[in-house]
Design a protein around this ligand. Sequence first.
Ligand SMILES: *Cc1c(COP(=O)(O)O)cnc(C)c1O
Length: 435
Amino acid sequence: MSQLAINGGAAAYAAGELNRNIPQFKWPIYTEEDENAVLQVMRDRMMSGSEITKKFEKAYAEYIGSDYVLGYCSGTASLSAAMWACGVGAGDEVIAPSLTYWATCAGAISLGAAVNFADIDPETLCIDPKDIEHRIGPNTKAIIVVHYLGHPADMDAIMAIARKHNVKVIEDASHSHGAMYKGRMTGSIGDITGQSMMTGKSFALGEAGVICTNDRYLYERCISYGHYERTGVANNFNSSERFITDPELVHFAGIPIGGRKDRMNQWCSALGLVQLKYFPERVAKIEEAMQYFCDGLDTLPGLRAHRPAKDSGLTKGAWYSSACHYDPEALDGLPVEKFIAAVQAENGNIGKLSNYALHTHPVFNEADVFHQGKPTALAFGQRDVRQGKGALPVAEATPSRAFVFPRITFLDKPFIDRFVDMLAKVIKNRGELLK
Ligand SMILES: *Cc1c(COP(=O)(O)O)cnc(C)c1O
């Protein structure tokens, strides 16, 4: 008789029992305080104002430990601005990990630059520092680092390579809200950071993002690219003492040189101020629950939690899209897709990794954004850094060697033990799936 629900056995959970609204999973946590803060912006008719956004920028700068923060309408916009600020332009190259969300690097194409994709490390799933240096050429302007699925990238190694070659480091901290790297917040370590705060991310404000930097020059460039006068500081654009000190930009004051209006809206900023108050304590609870859950995962054959070693000084913050390494060879060759389907039939909510390797995507290889009759990746005299299938084996294989599961927001041992038992049931009865 079949044990597994996918073959007609009894399911481990009732249908809908593990839905996203149960307290163990419910995220983001919004209370009346959040609702009132947003409503107040509407009542004050201040949706396009700047006061609350300025307050949020200041509070977030303090939280993350950066001198300057600018609010954006999206993470995508913040990353494009960060690239432009670092000097990325026509004919240039950026280096980025292949396994990430497209917004990490797609902005480079609309700046006329090419993306030279690097492979990822099979343990951290972040850009592999060993696959960076040989990719640096005369037109490489930036290395973009993603703290993938909340796991901090190897910043010491990456910063050392960047400094040696005089290349900027852009952190994409969209997955790593609250994650620490050796005593510092991820997002406060590189030259500049772009970070998403859209609804699906750990710090969820709707559609929003930020840049963070300690570099006044990069901050000014970001203002000049898409912020014009509404930052408040930039109101000095039109004062006798001009804010922008970059001689290249000073006479453009008042009109964004990027022709963009990328500012964060105040509903998001108001929500952000309330969320920030409670975020550290919520992160601490998630950390406690997820470490316990991962200890359970690590007892099962073929599974290994995606997390830094406990004594590494690295943490995963709010554990965005938490992942588990999956080793099909240790499970008689059972493909991850079949494992996921069987768990889902038990009414367990795990899923496939949502990203895929980007280096073979036509946008980075064929798209002719400027109608020049050739791919933008080549059109401004770049070297051809395009790569085909097979070039970055770890990034290509990882979606078949991992699965994701929801964050658990507080330590509930019986709840977590039962979830681990459900995974154990599928593993134990995998013979049923291999027939
Ligand atoms: C979500 C995400 C972005 C883009 O952020 P948006 O706010 O959706 O524009 C960028 N990089 C990564 C890694 C992301 O996951």
